[in-house]
Write a protein that binds this ligand. Structure first.
Ligand code: ADP
Length: 482
């Protein structure tokens, strides 16, 4: 089965978030399952530099204001179609979407309409010798691919739209419609029209044969006004075609038995070795060394992540008998509040502002628990790393957090099934209640080690996700055959 994936980011070439991980990991995870995935990505400078031999397979004398060439190329394990359109993608600094100062490029609609138009052309067989059986578009930047297929020459090709975070929708004024090259009938409520303008993600959701998001609970939540960000009505209408598939993690990079960022490597059989990493974390965060549970937070410091709630709960966490190590950056107000809390609780609370990949590994490998009080969380990665490292997740019961952590309630503990702690509703009070439960169970080394080991046993590989995507592609193909 040939699947064309269209994405604006792909790991390891260009990454700002989880979308890149999924786009980068799926092709090799699918290869063993009878699915050959090729990915269409923009030719940003970083992508062009990474290509080995490349072969032009499609030429555009004029694509949204300039010449463009699609190259077939490989980069590592990835089989790519790269849209080389310098007037759109050869830009300095700042990542895929904006300038070095962090401002989005004003013509992002054009850049990603162009990507999508090319996706639609390839879907329709424009590259000689290649016609995909299924097209899989990621997030708003690729979503219009499905509209170009629907209103162009590939309405009969099954398609999947994956939403990584509904907060980003690609909404633009109606004025751009005339430049999209779509027929007039597309500018309707069941087409690309969205609140009087053009909605890229909306158009993709409308045109897709199937919709996925990155956890079953988030798939449910986005059908409600609270989480739906204006698209809950449409998503509810399409609920029969809406699926949640949890992301995997890179189990080679995140492997406590081989992780070079750790002072001591370990497995489920020698959890005592974690003590050395714990001491190293205590040292980095200027914390007193004792036997009380050491809880960490590794996060963007934002409202979505519940970091305001965390700041308000610090005194209670300390009073519950735990210590806290926070690594993160983001909202300056929240940074200040957390630094203030650390100053109030010297030796019990440490806060480092910044992004430090190596330290994040050490924290997972040494802390007893990781606290994740997100208000919404499409999938979430840090709880998955926590599970794999025996750093017990304490999480808000939302999105992917709800789907990946088994709460240590009495029945789950009794059955040796628990892997962490969940709390709801998402309030400081419920958070503290979970911290108290965590502190209590931490005092029982047998139960605590069982919770750690259960988490470490969980299958968090991409293989499992890939199996589900492959199943979905197959079901769409059989729907097509009917
Ligand atoms: P999101 O993508 O919404 O920020 P995820 O949990 O899906 O949340 O992924 C966050 C990723 O970023 C994880 O790999 C986490 O370890 C990493 N991360 C977040 N903040 C930091 C930080 N300050 N230092 C190091 N790694 C961080």
């Amino acid at each position: 089965m040939k699947v064309l994936s269209v994405a604006s980011e792909i790991f390891p070439l260009v990454k700002t978030g989880g979308l890149a991980d999924v786009a980068g990991a799926l092709p090799s995870a699918l290869a063993g399952k009878g699915v050959a995935m090729r990915s269409l990505v923009p030719g940003y400078p970083a992508v062009m530099r990474a290509l080995g031999r490349k072969k032009p397979v499609l030429k555009y004398p004029l694509l949204h204001g300039g010449k463009a060439v699609v190259h077939a190329a490989r980069a590592g394990d990835l089989d790519l179609f790269v849209l080389d359109a310098p007037h759109l993608f050869d830009r300095p600094g700042g990542g895929p979407y904006g300038d070095a100062a962090g401002h989005d490029w004003p013509d992002n609609w054009r850049r990603f309409a162009a990507l999508s138009q090319v996706g639609g052309d390839i879907a329709a067989g424009a590259v000689s010798g290649y016609r995909p059986d299924v097209v899989h578009a990621h997030d708003w930047q690729a979503a219009m691919t499905l509209a170009y297929m629907r209103y162009g020459k590939a309405p009969g090709t099954p398609s999947v739209m994956t939403v990584h975070n509904l907060a980003f929708q690609g909404q633009f004024g109606a004025g751009i419609f005339g430049e999209l090259g779509l027929p007039g009938q597309a500018m309707t409520v069941d087409g690309v029209e969205y609140y009087g303008g053009v909605g890229f993600l909306k158009a993709g959701l409308q045109a897709a044969w199937a919709i996925t998001t990155v956890s079953p609970t988030y798939a449910q939540e986005i059908r409600t006004p609270e989480f739906g960000m204006g698209l809950d009505g449409l998503l509810s209408l399409r609920s029969a075609d809406l699926h949640g598939i949890v992301n995997g993690i890179d189990t080679d990079i995140w492997n406590p038995a081989t992780d070079r960022q750790l002072g001591a490597v370990y497995g489920a059989a020698d959890l005592e070795a974690r003590a050395k990493n714990r001491s190293a974390v205590e040292e980095r965060f200027n914390l007193q060394g004792d036997q009380s549970p050491l809880v960490c937070v590794v996060s963007r410091l934002t409202w979505q992540k519940g970091m305001d709630m965390l700041a308000g709960a610090v005194d209670g966490i300390v009073a519950a008998g735990a210590r806290l190590a926070v690594l993160g950056s983001g909202d300056p107000g929240l940074e200040g509040a957390l630094l203030g809390a650390a100053a109030r609780h010297r030796g019990r609370v440490g806060v480092l502002i910044g992004y430090d990949e190596a330290l994040s590994h050490l924290m997972q490998g040494g802390c007893d628990a990781i606290l994740i009080p997100s208000r919404f969380e499409p999938c979430g990665l840090t709880q998955l790393y926590g599970l794999r490292y025996g750093c017990v997740p304490v999480v808000a019961r939302t999105g992917g957090l709800a789907d990946t952590v088994i709460d240590a309630n009495e029945a789950a503990v009794e059955a040796n099934a628990a892997t962490g702690f969940q709390f709801a509703p998402n309030s400081g009070e419920a958070l503290l209640h979970a911290v108290h439960r965590m502190v209590e169970l931490h005092q029982n080394p047998v139960i605590w080690a069982s919770i750690q080991r259960q988490g470490m046993k969980a299958d968090l590989s991409w293989d499992r996700s890939a199996e589900k995507y492959a199943g979905l592609y197959r079901s769409l193909l059989s729907r097509k055959a009917v």
